[in-house]
Design a protein around this ligand. Structure first.
Ligand code: GAP
Length: 463
């Protein structure tokens, strides 16, 4: 059976009209392209185009600024993607990072058992693997093609590869399925170099890989994606307080990026929690294709540090600088997916209430371009040169678009569709009065301001 399925281009979901419109806008305007498109695509692989790259970078920068740059108690790391395979033994991923799988006996098509049952009307929340197997048998379900299914089995989702030129068991390594372990294995290094005291956190943004059985819904579930994670280390007796604190922080983040109204916070029952978690609350989001997990929050106890301490033989205890008391810290982990944030932000921002003027009402901080500069007419060198001067000046501070095609109305629509908050037009009066017309994406209002005030006007609204 081939593992390199060609993906039908842009059939990301087809379950929702709004989703199809977003996918189409992403392709048309250069946010997200189907991966390897000139070769017919590769199933569930997506490339971020010029505007998507800006939006994604803005999400990551905002997150880093809020949770690392502006805090005294969180420091960053950027760990290797390929780690010693012993890390994944100790973390429990080799033994337990599994999804339940069933296979069509004739076509060999594979399905994630929990998703398959859900599609057949079963509420799987809280069910164990054994209960799902029993339900499948009781219902006598067959594959969508009407064929018999194999006995369900557990499928480990870690991507395997080999380090170096020899392809054998000894050279087997994994691509990391979560960024978190990069923080745990560096706990000792960071304690020794940053002199942080409990409570403190380690943050990381970077790629993670999972060999998902059923990826899909555009960029929602892919096999490679980026995470923004914090491992926040606390005294064991204080975990509840910090769990609540980080839940509030996740809510605040949702407000800051304009997605709170469609976010729902769900307590996860024990049977559905990750192997390391004693308590989990997921942030779910009302995506056009249904309410699904956006972020996670887990109380990982001392599960990771304890296992790494045992398996590595190195002490990972923290010594209180005042009392000399030794403690193995417990960990609260808030985690954010970058591409799911991207999709939630686009979903919330997409406004086609006027179908002639589709507007992406992105928070200004996240918009790919903060402003666009237009000379009223492109064949008038004096207008072009003044507009160019403003454009060059503004782009010292932020991303600015230049547009001199067609009429100004069309240019406005074009910028609205990609979420540019401000459009600045240089006209003949500008040459006389040193002022320009600045037009707001959301109110569509225009005002006249002095050229020297344009930068400050925009900067003030980006804060
Ligand atoms: N370190 C904890 C951890 O990895 P997780 O709930 O498995 O927890 C965290 O993943 C976040 O990563 C999710 O809430 C989601 O935003 C994102 N994520 C997980 N799998 C994903 C996938 N296949 N595609 C895109 N994003 C994914």
């Amino acid at each position: 059976m081939t593992t390199l399925e060609n993906g039908p281009i842009l059939s990301a979901t087809n379950k929702s009209d709004k989703m199809d419109k977003i996918v189409s806008l992403c392709k048309r305007r250069g946010f997200v392209f189907p991966g390897s498109e000139i070769y017919g695509g590769l199933a569930n692989s997506w490339d971020y185009g010029p505007l998507g790259t800006e939006l994604k970078n803005n999400i990551k920068q905002l997150w880093w600024k809020k949770f690392v740059q502006q805090r005294d108690d969180v420091v960053g790391v950027d760990a290797a993607l390929i780690m010693n395979p012993k890390v994944w033994q100790a973390s429990g991923h080799v033994a337990t990072f599994n999804d339940p799988l069933v296979e069509d006996k004739e076509t060999h098509e594979r399905f994630r058992l929990d998703h398959f049952l859900e599609e057949n009307g079963v509420q799987v929340a809280g069910m164990t693997f054994e209960q799902m197997v029993e339900t499948l048998k009781k219902m006598g379900l067959r594959s969508p093609k009407g064929n018999e299914l194999t006995e369900p089995k557990k499928f480990n989702m870690m991507f395997k590869t080999n380090l170096g030129p020899v392809d054998d068991e000894d050279s087997k390594v994994y691509l990391r399925p979560e960024t978190a372990q990069g923080m745990f294995v560096n706990f000792k290094n960071i304690l020794g170099t940053s002199r942080k005291q409990l409570p403190f956190g380690i943050a990381q943004i970077g790629p993670a890989f999972r060999n998902e059985i059923t990826p899909g819904n555009f960029i929602f579930r892919t096999r490679e994606f980026e995470q923004m994670e914090i491992e926040y280390f606390v005294r064991p007796e204080e975990w509840e307080k910090w769990f609540e604190y980080w839940l509030d922080q996740q809510k605040e983040w949702c407000k800051e990026i304009g997605i709170f109204d469609q976010a729902v916070f769900i307590e996860i029952p024990e049977a559905d929690r990750a192997h390391y978690s004693k308590r989990s609350i997921d942030t779910e989001f009302k995506f056009p294709f249904g309410q699904k997990e956006l972020y996670g929050l887990a109380y990982r106890t001392d599960y990771d540090l304890k296992n790494h301490q045992e398996k590595s033989g190195q002490s990972l205890e923290y010594t209180d600088p005042q009392t000399g008391e030794k403690v193995l810290p417990h960990c609260i982990e808030p985690t954010w997916g970058v591409s799911r944030t991207f999709l939630a932000v686009l979903t919330s921002a997409y406004d086609d209430s006027d179908p002639e003027n589709i507007t992406l009402k992105l928070p200004y901080k996240l918009a790919p371009y903060k402003a666009a500069v237009f000379p009223l007419l492109k064949n008038k060198p004096e207008l072009v040169s003044k507009a160019r001067e403003i454009y060059e000046n503004l782009r010292k501070d932020f991303m600015v678009a230049w547009d001199d095609r067609g009429n100004v109305g069309k240019r406005y629509y074009s910028q609205d569709e990609i979420g540019t908050p401000f459009c600045i037009t240089v006209d003949f009066d500008s040459l006389e009065d040193g002022a320009v017309t600045i037009r707001n994406r959301d109110t569509k209002q225009q005002e006249r301001i002095k050229i020297e005030e344009v930068r400050g006007y925009i900067m003030n609204q980006l804060m």
